[in-house]
Design a binder for this molecule. Structure first.
Ligand code: NAP
Length: 313
């Protein structure tokens, strides 16, 4: 590709619902649009099984299917989908430049940051030791390996409860270890988990150590109210304790809030004119696919207006 071919009106970084919706609106709005989507475009929803709260799907839809539909829709409307990571962004001067993992430099006068968020770990040394040997951050990816085994999920939010329910398809018993005496997950999920006989919810407890040899065998948990210790003999632990925004590529260039999310105004403008942000990378409150999609739409519409103003000067 020559340099001219790598220059776009709008460059979107990230391939979740925010990124794809921005690509759909950008391309449909007549902008030469490209989306840098990583090696496996789709974002966090690739790790979700059934989605039943995305409007328009009467029956639950699989996360990967939903993302494939968004990707194909963006392509059909003319957006280029670039299957590589964005490794560097230069946002000090316009046109902005983004370097892909292939070394290719892409330029654009408008950028939408839609890089989402990544799953958090507990931070225990013993957790690190067993990642991939019993400790996992993705129930939908690894649940299959625990057929007939006992496992536990750590966390009390929607993800943890969904993971625990999903794991009952394979595991003989699932513990949900939560640090408080009340789940954070939505009411419907709470009803489902409490009604599932394969799941035991352990409240007020946190894992303090993971033990085993080449593979995980035991998780020590501590009651945060009483200090009592308990050992769970199991082979799989799924960590589902929330997410951290993916902002590494923008470090030092865009203003972030105190929790590391990209700061935006109500029009999705970041601290750099011409750079917009949408989805979980800027949303500390909702983190819903439909909200991310809406934000992607807003960012693309604002990018279109911005480019029109720049081009008419
Ligand atoms: P979350 O809502 O932030 O929940 C994280 C959970 O992990 C909380 O229960 C939290 O405890 C616990 N936690 C955090 N740090 C911990 C630590 N160091 N040790 C032990 N426990 C810890 O994250 P999420 O469940 O991934 O959900 C993220 C967002 O996506 C939410 O807005 C959620 O509604 C949304 N989501 C929606 C769906 C759906 O609608 N189908 C599915 C998945 C996710 P506390 O409760 O004590 O803070």
């Amino acid at each position: 590709m020559n340099e001219k071919n790598n220059s776009y009106d709008l460059l979107i970084i990230g391939s979740g619902p925010a990124g794809f919706t921005a690509a759909i609106y950008g391309a449909r709005g007549g902008l030469k649009t490209a989306l840098i989507g990583g090696a496996a475009p789709g974002g966090q929803l690739l790790q979700t099984t059934e989605i039943e709260n995305f409007p328009g799907f009467q029956e639950p839809i699989n996360g990967a299917d939903l993302m494939t539909r968004m990707l194909n829709q963006a392509k059909r409307l003319g957006a280029a989908i670039l299957q590589e990571e964005a490794v560097k962004a230069s946002l000090k001067i316009s046109p902005f430049a983004v370097t892909g993992s292939s070394g290719t430099i892409y330029t654009a006068r408008a950028i939408i940051a839609a890089t989402g968020a990544r799953a958090r770990w507990l931070g225990l040394d013993s957790e690190k030791k067993f990642i991939g040997k019993g400790v996992s951050g993705c129930a939908t990816c690894d649940g299959f390996f625990y057929r007939g085994k006992e496992v536990c999920v750590v966390g009390g939010g929607d993800t943890a409860v969904e993971d625990a329910l999903f794991l009952t398809k394979f595991a003989s018993r699932v513990y949900l270890v939560h640090r408080r005496d009340q789940l954070r997950a939505n009411f419907r999920l709470q009803e489902k988990i409490k009604a599932n006989p394969k799941i035991e919810i352990i409240y007020d407890c946190v894992p303090v150590e993971m033990l085993g040899d080449s593979k995980l065998k035991t998780v020590k948990i501590k009651n945060v109210k009483t200090g009592a210790m308990r050992e769970l003999n199991l082979t799989g632990v799924f960590i589902a304790i929330g997410h951290t925004p993916e902002t590494a590529v923008f470090e030092g260039q865009l203003k972030l809030d105190e929790e590391g999310y990209i700061s935006t105004d109500e029009h999705k403008n970041t601290s750099v004119p011409g750079v917009f942000a949408a989805g979980d990378v800027m949303d500390r409150n909702y983190k819903q696919a439909i909200v991310a999609a809406g934000a992607g739409c807003m960012a693309a519409m604002e990018a279109g207006k911005y480019l029109e103003a720049v081009n008419s000067n």
